[in-house]
Design a protein around this ligand. Sequence first.
Ligand code: TXA
Ligand code: MG
Length: 339
Amino acid sequence: METKIFTKATVKEAAKLIQAGELVAFPTETVYGLGADATNEVAAANVYKAKGRPSDNPLIVTVADVATVERFAIITPAARKLMDKFWPGSLTIILPLKPGALNMTVTGGLHTAAFRNPANETTLALIRAAGTPIVGPSANLSGKPSPTTAQHVMHDMNGRIAGILDDGPTTVGVESTIIDMSTDQPAILRPGAIDEEMLKPVIGEVQTDKHHVGANETPKAPGMKYKHYAPDAQVVIVDHEADFAAALAWAKASGKDFGLLATDGILQKYGQDLPTYSLGSDITSATRDLFAGLRYFDLHPQVEMVLAEGFPARGLGEAYMNRIEKSAGGMHFSADARA
Ligand code: TXA
Ligand code: MG
């Protein structure tokens, strides 16, 4: 299958493919998604196939308006407040479904579903033109970092899907915050750009699920049990700028080929003669460019280890650290603990 590129100007052609049950990747403000008609069970099944994704991991339903959510789910007053305040935007809301409203392939057999209204006009136009909500998992192969450009999608999905709607690089860079509004106590299941401090004034106390699930446990956000964002090289997080000199000495002594994934100040000081990828200047650019950086090092297989900059886990920093922790398998450099 030839994977065609579409743009804002050719949204209607892309929408026709969605209507025909084909797969079309689409831009959002967070990462690119893999779209298919959410009401077409065969199309949804093909999304799992294209991604190589386990079928018990349910798909997000991407909508252009709140009215579409009402067709499928029960919107509680608190959930409605969140939609009023944050949609379109990087907040995915889990709601109880109306019985039989969505097929089992999309829901993974759950009685809830996750709804998302992305802040991207081209994709909202795609959904409106298709006349149907679309499923929207991240458009990467399972186990690879989420794609933040159409080129990343092409790298993973060329020949596997009918098209890619290219709207340039995404702006946020990590996936949406997921909040579970299907239980008595709202809970954040995945941190993203919309953080706890932004949610609290709208709906009050919010739980953060920091529990790590075991392989035999049924997780609340099923995606949590799978290893994510694992690049080929070992990622080691360096939490403090003051530790970079010691981390470099340690990496050199290991005899491994290593690279640096960090903001410009650190690269200027320590990046000479090393493979580097810039995370820009601050936590906002670092979050935006993180997945592109991890993919960059995958394209340079001689690099066996990547020293990556850590940030305080507050606000957007919590979302950044959540992703880099997964890619590092939790490995941090500590100047005190080095051998
Ligand atoms: O920013 C985003 O959310 C991107 C863009 C493309 O919209 N999409 C995305 O989808 O990250 P995905 O499938 O890669 O991640 C969605 C997560 C998965 O871990 C899945 O297990 C969880 O949401 N999820 C989906 N439906 C759920 C449900 N009913 N209950 C709990 N977790 C659910
Ligand atoms: Mg994903």
